[in-house]
Write a protein that binds this ligand. Structure first.
Ligand code: HPA
Length: 236
């Protein structure tokens, strides 16, 4: 038990999917898990454990942004023994070649956030995905015929920038392909505590072309992405 989680030790599997949205955690558990069991509902930040293809797996909502995700991930690793953490979410696009519905595997995560920057003083730490999870996700996405891009993601602390897109200009120029709000903190905590992490996102809105996903396509794409993440998680 922690202030944010009333699950008992042993209630989570070693592999945990991390959507931001609590209702997406519920949907993942109820749609994909065999025998889903609710293990946490503190603050309605829902967590479930069940099995996928017979293997134990959990899902825990992370909330939005690096501070919220950091609380759940710190406790999942250090209190509940999580070893493989896969964020599943949506992201904005920062490269016209990435189309809505495409999957982005965040090979690395750049950030403007203080959680990562604050740890390293004069150094710029490079938060990276676990290579084995990344390779597995790429292989499985290929086998499923899912269009994906592996590359540098921006984990921003700011959704509504005062100066609009202008603030992001340098990042696409340096090959950053997507923007979300959590991956950099996830990778940094996993590195610090010896866990494996990956972020898999469906691109839903392109900041360059202003293309947006339709409601129908959003649901199908999320389903494909979650199945990919579950296959990677239970084999890790
Ligand atoms: N910014 C940050 N996070 C996001 C976005 C975005 O444009 N789209 C989906 N998640």
């Amino acid at each position: 038990m922690t202030p944010h989680n009333h699950a008992k030790e042993g209630d989570y599997a070693e592999a945990v999917l991390l959507p931001g949205d609590p209702l997406r955690a519920k949907w993942i558990a109820e749609t994909f898990f065999e025998n889903p069991k609710l293990v946490n509902s503190v603050r309605n930040c829902l967590g479930y454990t069940g099995t996928w293809k017979g293997k134990p797996v959990s899902v825990q909502a992370s909330g939005m942004g690096q501070p919220s995700l950091s609380i759940y991930v710190h406790e999942l690793i250090n209190v509940y023994g999580a070893k493989t953490l896969i964020r599943v979410g949506t992201c904005g696009g920062l490269n016209a070649k990435v189309k809505v519905r495409d999957v982005i595997l965040a090979q690395a995560a750049s950030t403007d956030g203080s959680i990562v920057k604050g740890r390293f003083g004069a150094f710029n730490f490079a938060p990276i995905a676990d290579f084995g999870l990344l390779r597995s996700a790429a292989d499985k996405a290929d086998a499923k015929g899912l269009k994906f891009h592996a590359g540098n993601m921006l984990s921003s602390d700011i959704f509504y920038h005062a100066d609009g897109f202008a603030g992001y200009d340098k990042l696409p120029d340096h090959g950053v392909i997507g923007v979300e709000m959590e991956a950099a903190a996830l990778y940094t905590l996993a590195a610090r505590f010896g866990a494996k992490a990956l972020t898999i996102c469906t691109m839903t809105d392109c900041l360059i072309t202003h293309e947006e996903i339709s409601a129908d396509a959003r649901q199908t794409s999320l389903k494909d992405m979650v199945e990919l993440a579950l296959d990677v998680a239970v084999e890790a």
